[in-house]
Design a binder for this molecule. Structure first.
Ligand SMILES: Cc1cc2nc3c(=O)[nH]c(=O)nc-3n(C[C@H](O)[C@H](O)[C@H](O)COP(=O)(O)O)c2cc1C
Length: 177
């Protein structure tokens, strides 16, 4: 089984990446490996539909990782009530064939003050558009949920881990290989 974790932030020192890394480490400890694609470290060009853009090595690698994935765990930052432009752009490269019958779990890094839900609703709508099986459960981690070392607080971590366990179980059940 191949699992893909996507960190959707273009920022350095990103909380989305911290969530994605916590997810990868939790899965790893439970014996499940997952690839982490960090859109800050591995940005993609702007989607323009051109064949030459698809042939760029990083785009080809992105398509390969997505096509091999049996499930996606997507972490988006909340920017102005929506997902990041970097994440939406990355998803625009992927059509329905990448997501059909694959479980997709969502999490969000928000700014505090009860943010996060709008970005998750926005992302949920887009994943529905590409035919992914979006889990009902989701997880918001806001900036107050991190300690000074960037670790997620013990109040929030179990929610994230429960979501990951459910997602990995469903992905395994539906995996082709
Ligand atoms: C351009 C921009 C827009 C933002 N808009 C919101 C918002 O609408 N709601 C919110 O809760 N936080 C907002 N924030 C705060 C971010 O959600 C917060 O900084 C979060 O950590 C971003 O994730 P990242 O660290 O992975 O980039 C915004 C931050 C930026 C840079």
């Amino acid at each position: 089984m191949n699992l893909l974790i996507i960190s959707g932030s273009p920022r350095k020192q990103s909380n989305s990446l911290r969530i994605a890394q916590a997810a990868a480490s939790f899965l790893n400890q439970s014996g499940t490996s997952a690839e982490l694609w960090d859109l800050q470290q591995r940005p993609l060009p702007i989607y323009d539909g051109d064949e030459s853009t698809y042939q760029q090595p990083e785009v080809a690698a992105w398509l390969k990782s997505a096509s091999q994935a049996d499930g996606f765990f997507i972490v988006t930052p909340e920017y102005h009530n929506g997902m990041s432009g970097a994440l939406k752009n990355a998803l625009d490269f992927l059509g329905g064939s990448y997501f059909q019958k694959k479980p997709v779990a969502l999490a969000c890094a928000a700014g505090g003050g009860k943010g996060g839900i709008n970005a998750l609703n926005n992302l949920r709508l887009v994943i529905r558009g590409v035919g992914g099986l979006v889990l009902a459960e989701q997880c918001i981690v806001d900036k107050n949920d991190f300690d000074e070392h960037g670790r997620i607080s013990p109040e929030v971590l179990p929610r994230l881990e429960q979501l990951l366990t459910e997602w990995a179980t469903l992905s395994r059940l539906l995996a082709k290989k």
